[in-house]
Design a protein around this ligand. Structure first.
Ligand SMILES: [Zn+2]
Length: 418
């Protein structure tokens, strides 16, 4: 009898392990209750991260679709969309999300957070090819919502879009506002302004006791102080400031951290931390965050690893074990940034760096570091186990919609309770 029970226990253990096992070449298994999934979706067209909280709540951070024309050179960009060019990035993001959320009877995105108002984070009407029934151009977030329901949007500008200056003349924001008002009227979308310091704007919708906490750290130059919900403003009085010194769009990015058990994830949009000459010190948005954020596990690399991001003060404070670079341009990442991320001069211990993409020019520039990268293309998925004690990283093939697993890393042990 006892032997029989032991045998049964053994069989159950083996079969559970078998179900949970994931192999290279297979599609990623569907999210299970208690897991925290973070899918860095690679379309080649900018940032898009789909998070599935342990209770099943879904959060999409950004939905990029870069301008088809390079604003600096006026020339068309030659960056093909992945998996293929038959669809635009927004539709691919939606299709990826529907598949990842297939455990829900009606897959939907509960929250969208747009970190800031740039094409590689939200799309641009310059795509101009497809329009919604509401008349707005479908690109980035406006296109995502065409293929999967979106319930609530948080951004840095609602409702007047006037900080740090009026965005009336910005065609990206105008198209997006058109989208918001149509979706509010016809599909019950709600919109809110993301506010620093709060932990109650993005919450577990399906189980309020779920032990996950999302802290809004910074937006529009407003930074959490580390105490309660208190914030301080980092920008000076803007009246009379020379044009070049005014806070730019990247500096206004929404920044947040996600805590689950011993695990912490950090997402900083396109905040800069390395000053270009002539700019005042308050243009460094990373150093103030270093003071209020302890060691973390996984970091989405700021500003795609561009040369003005990931300063050593922030890296030393956060000590990320895993770094994910959402790259789409020849300047992503800059060699000096990759060097800082890989160097033990910034912090001791191991770290694994993944990129969702790497253009040929970036490969040439970063030649000496390439062998140390864990991935050079693909969706990068962080899967945190129930309870938040350990996690793995899956790299998925972004050239096929079924996205078979290319590589598996971990388990990594999450750092510690904070
Ligand atoms: Zn960007």
């Amino acid at each position: 009898m006892v032997v029989g029970r032991l045998l049964l226990l053994l069989l159950v253990t083996i079969s559970t392990r078998y179900v949970a096992a994931q192999r290279v070449g297979e599609p990623l298994s569907v999210w299970q209750k208690g897991q925290l999934d973070i899918h860095h979706i690679s379309t080649g067209q900018g940032n898009a991260a789909l998070l599935i909280l342990p209770d099943g709540t879904s959060l999409l951070i950004d939905a990029g679709a870069i301008d088809p024309v390079d604003w600096r050179t006026g020339k068309p960009r030659d960056i093909p969309t992945r998996p293929d060019t038959m669809r635009q990035a927004g539709e691919w993001i939606a299709r990826y999300a529907r598949n990842a959320l297939r455990f829900r009877a009606d897959p939907a995105i509960d929250y969208v957070l747009l970190t800031h108002f740039h094409d590689d984070h939200m799309g641009t009407p310059r795509h101009g090819i497809k329009r919604a029934a509401g008349g707005y151009v479908l690109s980035g977030i406006t296109e995502v919502a065409e293929y999967i329901s979106v319930h609530r949007v948080l951004d840095r500008g609602w409702p007047d879009y006037s900080y740090p200056q009026s965005m009336e003349a910005d065609s990206i924001v105008a198209n997006y506002r058109h989208f918001l008002s149509w979706q509010q009227k016809h599909n019950g979308l709600t919109v809110e302004r993301f506010q620093a310091g709060r932990t109650d704007q993005i919450v577990s919708k399906y189980n309020s006791t779920c032990p996950v906490k999302i802290r809004n750290l910074m937006v529009n130059g407003e930074c959490w102080t580390g105490k309660g919900t208190q914030t301080k403003h980092l920008f000076p009085d803007l009246t009379g400031l020379p044009l070049l010194q005014r806070p730019n769009e990247n500096m206004c990015s929404a920044v947040l951290s996600i805590h689950y058990g011993d695990f912490t994830y950090f997402s900083g949009g396109d905040i800069p931390g390395v000053l270009s000459f002539g700019t005042p010190e308050w243009h460094d948005m990373e150093t103030p965050l270093a003071a209020i954020t302890g060691p973390i596990d996984v970091k989405l690399v700021d500003h795609h690893g561009y040369r003005d991001a990931e300063n050593s003060v922030l890296l030393t404070a956060l000590k990320p074990r895993v770094l994910v670079i959402p790259a789409w341009s020849t300047s992503h990442p800059a060699p000096e940034v990759l060097e800082r991320m890989l160097s033990t001069m910034t912090y001791d211990g191991k770290r694994d760096v993944f990129t969702t993409n790497l253009l040929q020019e970036a490969k040439t520039l970063n030649k000496q570091w390439l062998a140390q990268l864990k991935s050079q293309s693909g969706h990068v998925v962080i899967r945190v186990e129930p309870g938040g004690k350990r996690y793995r990283v899956f790299v998925l093939d972004d050239t096929q919609e079924i996205a078979p697993i290319k590589a598996i890393y971990g388990f990594y042990k999450a750092k510690s309770k904070r």
